[in-house]
Write a protein that binds this ligand. Structure first.
Ligand code: SF4
Ligand code: SF4
Length: 245
């Protein structure tokens, strides 16, 4: 028998079936770190008093922990629609909680589960990071020196002139040869890139990406295939060179 859906009769929010709420909570509770991050809760509010995000947003780590501790399925689901993305992951709360809880760690688990369940809040929160992700996967780096320009950082004021120095000359002065580049922070070789792809596949990172942004996932798969082909070709060339030697 299907349980009656749970919903707020005076809310415009879509009704969520009880099984869906349970599935979300089960994924949170069964996370390998859950028992490490939650041991009980005094409802004392020390975490919220020290939380920087609580000062600026409609967000309270105490509330998040209480929702989980009391297994308030609707409240947990609702908090995952916006509130969990306000946490700055600074872990001040974990350092202060008398129960050794880590509200920030619990929020991290809830974010992972929000991604797994393709929640709109996860898609919205992660959209601005698409470019960063593509850059990491295609070059092995998040930032490049030539991305730091006057236009990109107008709020730097007069200090921005410092980044208008001759980057290519300055970079060549760095003793490490892999950093003699301006379009990546350092050169990542093909073998390392291919190994990273394997890690992302095996740890479920790519699967998570697919549930959040299918187009970006397709682009990234193409980049990975291309790099793997290049690596296979390089290995073949090395074998031929060894055979000829
Ligand atoms: S999580 Fe810790 S600090 Fe926060 S309300 Fe509960 S017991 Fe207090
Ligand atoms: S980790 Fe998150 S919940 Fe904890 S203090 Fe920092 S911002 Fe607040």
């Amino acid at each position: 028998m299907t349980a009656a859906p749970i919903g707020d009769p005076v809310s415009n929010a879509p009704v969520v079936a009880y099984e869906a709420l349970e599935a979300v909570f089960e994924d949170i509770r069964s996370h390998a770190l859950y028992d490490h991050e939650l041991h009980g809760c005094l409802n004392c509010g020390i975490c919220t008093a020290t939380c920087p995000s609580a000062h600026y947003y409609d967000y309270s780590p105490r509330e998040i922990v209480q929702l989980l501790w009391t297994e308030n399925l609707e409240g947990i689901y609702e908090a995952m629609q916006e509130k969990i993305w306000a946490c700055a992951q600074c872990y001040t709360c974990a350092a202060r909680c008398p129960f050794d809880n880590s509200p920030g760690g619990l929020v991290m688990i809830m974010r992972e589960v929000a991604i797994k369940h393709s929640m709109p809040s996860a898609k919205e929160a992660l959209r601005p990071f698409s470019r960063v992700l593509l850059k990491v996967i295609s070059t092995g780096n998040q930032l490049a020196p030539n991305m730091i320009t006057r236009d990109a950082f107008p709020d730097w004021g007069p200090n921005v002139t410092k980044v208008e120095a001759p980057l290519d000359v300055l970079r060549k002065a760095i003793p490490v040869p892999t950093m003699h580049t301006t379009d990546t922070a350092w050169e990542v070789n093909l073998k390392t890139s291919v190994e990273l792809y394997t890690i992302w596949e095996e740890t479920g990172v790519l699967q998570q990406l697919e549930s959040i942004d299918e187009n970006l996932f397709d682009v990234i798969c193409d980049v990975m295939d291309e790099k793997r082909d290049q690596y296979a070709e390089w290995q073949e060339e090395q074998k031929e060179a060894e055979a000829d030697a």
